[in-house]
Design a protein around this ligand. Structure first.
Ligand code: NDP
Ligand code: KPL
Length: 304
């Protein structure tokens, strides 16, 4: 399959490396010139839970005009609009677009730009990925990739995309309910995104910390209650166990909100912890734990 990855950062590199390693024709588009240059000259190295491999890829800072079978948008929520515009150059009549971001709301932005009928929404859970340098990604784990149609795309086409991922060594499944898939991940992210960004702790250190451990769990339980109040059909019955199982897989990870703060860059906090009070308001409820954590992160970001 001809696959393009738009936004070849930490996660995009893991996707690109494994999909190319499985024999797909993979092109990556990323605006970090040094990363693209390194991929062109030395190949892309992906190291960590999946092994250690180097793949040769086509790499660009701007997408060429070329129809692909599948375009994966792996930019962050705050960048997803620009990345979707870049994606338009890669679309043919049959191209499927899969957008994978943490938090809530990115898919709506992408749907407006690339069209909802071709869109698949994905979630990647427990990878703990980062870029170690130009052309070199690392990931702590690789738990699961889940995906479902945004609106209209036939279930068989979504299943085809999931099969492509499985063929590359991922645990990947097509799901019926995108909202449940997103909330089940969000419950995990809220426990670590703000707490780790505010303290500099890794996921494992935050879980073990006598202050941040309970704070993260309170944020997760609050998100879980709001998901239930919003009647999202999540399968989580014990949010604390759900979060602990997730955290144990990526103890050494520094959540991407913390990675953004390392370089004084505004993060995805508004669509992660910040999504919970917004969703709560839609059913007349409050989410004070997530609202407070979001306010603290936002205040810090105003000084960047
Ligand atoms: N890191 C992780 O372990 C996990 C992350 N996620 C989620 O996956 C998503 C991606 O995260 P992550 O890989 O960490 O993020 P990164 O910041 O590492 O990667 C995103 C990349 O996309 C590039 N980019 C942004 N806009 C464009 C554009 N218009 N054209 C080309 N390139 C573009 C960025 O460039 P630039 O740096 O210049 O902005 C960056 O290199 C996020 O939603 C995150 O929450 C999910 C599971 C695990
Ligand atoms: C580790 C973390 C929290 C990084 O943002 C994550 O979302 C994942 O790996 O699934």
């Amino acid at each position: 399959m001809k696959v393009a990855i738009v936004g070849c950062g930490a996660m995009g590199s893991v996707y690109a490396g494994l999909l190319a390693g499985a024999g797909n024709e993979v092109m990556v588009v990323d605006r970090w010139q040094a990363h693209v240059d390194a991929i062109r000259t030395q190949g892309l190295r992906v190291e960590g839970a999946s092994g250690d491999l180097v793949v040769q890829l086509q790499a660009y800072t701007q997408a060429p005009v070329q129809a692909m079978d599948l375009v994966i948008i792996a930019a962050k929520a705050v960048q997803v609009g620009d990345a979707a515009h870049e994606t338009k150059k890669l679309l043919g009549p049959q191209t499927v677009v899969l957008t994978i971001q943490n938090g809530l709301g990115s898919a709506d932005t992408v749907a407006e730009i690339v069209g909802k009928e071709r869109l698949v929404v994905g979630i990647a859970a427990a990878f703990g990925a980062s870029l170690r340098g130009p052309g070199h990604a690392h990931h702590n784990s690789m738990n699961a990739v889940k995906m479902g149609a945004y609106a209209g795309l036939a279930a068989a086409r979504v299943e085809e995309v999931a099969a492509l991922w499985r063929g590359a060594g991922f645990t990947a499944d097509a799901v019926d309910n995108v909202a449940a898939m997103q909330w089940e991940k969000l419950i995990c992210n809220v426990a670590f995104s703000a707490p780790c960004a505010l303290t500099g702790l890794t996921v494992g250190q935050a879980m073990d910390d006598p202050d941040m451990g309970p704070t993260g769990l309170a944020a997760a339980v609050e998100a879980w209650k709001i998901a239930l109040a919003r009647k999202v059909p999540i399968s989580v019955t014990d949010p604390e166990a759900h979060v602990r199982a997730f955290g144990e897989r990526v103890r050494n990870a520094r959540p991407s909100v913390l990675l953004d703060h390392d370089v004084r860059r505004p993060s995805e906090i508004d669509v992660i912890n910040g999504a919970v009070p917004r969703e709560a308001a839609k059913c007349g409820q409050f989410a004070p734990v997530n609202a407070t954590l979001t306010a603290l992160v936002r205040q810090r970001e105003r000084n960047f």
